[in-house]
Design a protein around this ligand. Structure first.
Ligand code: GDP
Length: 318
């Protein structure tokens, strides 16, 4: 039976370059007691960018996870640029909502529109964070109007138009639900995310199904497939099959190596994960974006088509 993981929220963060995405994620991490500075040494050691470039693997997302009042919030980064082969859609298929970060002075910029349009087409909920309200020339109310106009231009649904606004200075580490509120910390953004973005849904007792949305790479464990558990459970060492919607009759047997979930800026090993969890899977050398990892007894690919194709509205309804 389908159920909701009320203790999890999966959100993607959308922003024009320099509007403060990194600073905002850092502010959320800091409130959870995690400091990026502590991570830097490890990050540098682990940095495998050169290897990735050599092998032609593009890393499109750096995921983080924070906890607030017993809820785990997975924050998925989105590429802001034009999309090659549906990566943006696949990343967005992991989440139930987006945080739209807009600079309180610069306002709506072209780069945010592309990803926002796709998020709206997928029916995702939106939380808008008007950032940098500490800037002397900030004009948050005008920028809020610009965002509402953009949502209308992009044919947002009524529910999407009813999006909450949070006003923040990520740099100073505070967010407020109205401009008149007292400045405290990032709590207003955490609570808005938890209240407004739906919990992920799935059937934990069904056969395992997980769409690989991004590929990561680590020099110690090789290729890592990243995706959300859509149905069932996934375990370390589990025998699975991989199917791809391009060729649904063809499948191959694989074995899960290690399994990780995101905590702060790190991946931590777990033994098992269930619906709604965003996991990273190592041990499958030729895993690719768009593959579905399934239970051996039920090799069913998760349908995936680019949203721009006319038939897609139907596919996403089911
Ligand atoms: P990203 O490209 O969206 O990840 O943006 P960054 O987080 O790297 O921020 C871009 C620049 O804006 C940096 O110089 C930040 O220090 C600055 N910035 C981010 N948030 C704020 C804020 O709330 N107020 C002000 N005044 N500057 C900010």
């Amino acid at each position: 039976m389908k159920m909701k993981r009320e203790d999890v929220r999966n959100v993607a963060i959308i922003a024009h370059v320099d509007h403060g995405k990194t600073t905002l994620v850092d502010a959320l991490l800091k409130q959870s007691g995690i400091f990026r500075e502590n991570q830097e040494v490890v990050e540098r050691v682990m940095d495998s960018n050169d290897i990735e470039r050599e092998r032609g693997i593009t890393i499109l997302s750096k995921n983080t996870a924070v906890h607030y009042n017993g809820t785990k919030i997975n924050i998925i980064d989105t590429p802001g640029h034009a999309d090659f082969g549906g990566e943006v859609e696949r990343v967005l298929k992991m989440v139930d909502g987006v945080i739209l970060v807009v600079d309180a002075y610069e306002g709506v910029m072209p780069q945010t529109k592309f990803v926002l349009r796709k998020a709206l087409e997928l029916g995702l909920s939106v939380v808008t964070c008007i950032n940098k309200i500490d800037r002397p020339e900030a004009r948050p109310m005008e920028v809020e109007e610009e965002v509402l106009e953009l949502l209308m231009d992009l044919d947002a649904s009524e529910e999407q138009l009813d999006c909450p606004f949070v006003y923040a200075s990520a740099k100073s580490g505070f967010a407020k639900k109205t401009l008149d509120d007292q400045e405290t910390d990032m709590a207003p953004l955490f609570t808005t995310i938890i209240e407004h973005i739906p919990a992920p849904e799935g059937d934990p007792d069904a056969s395992t199904q997980l769409l690989i949305s991004t590929i990561d790479y680590n020099e110690y464990v090789g290729r890592i497939g990243v995706g959300k558990v859509d149905n069932g459970r996934i375990r370390v060492n589990q025998e699975c099959v991989i199917v791809n919607h391009h060729d649904p009759d063809k499948f191959r047997k694989v074995k899960v190596g290690k399994l990780y979930e995101y905590e702060g800026l790190n991946k931590v090993e777990v033994q098992e994960a269930t619906i709604g969890a965003i996991v990273a899977i190592s041990g499958i050398a030729d895993i690719h974006i768009g593959d579905t990892l399934c239970a051996t007894e039920k090799p069913e690919a998760i349908p995936f088509q680019k949203i721009s194709e006319p038939t897609i509205a139907m596919n996403f309804m089911v």
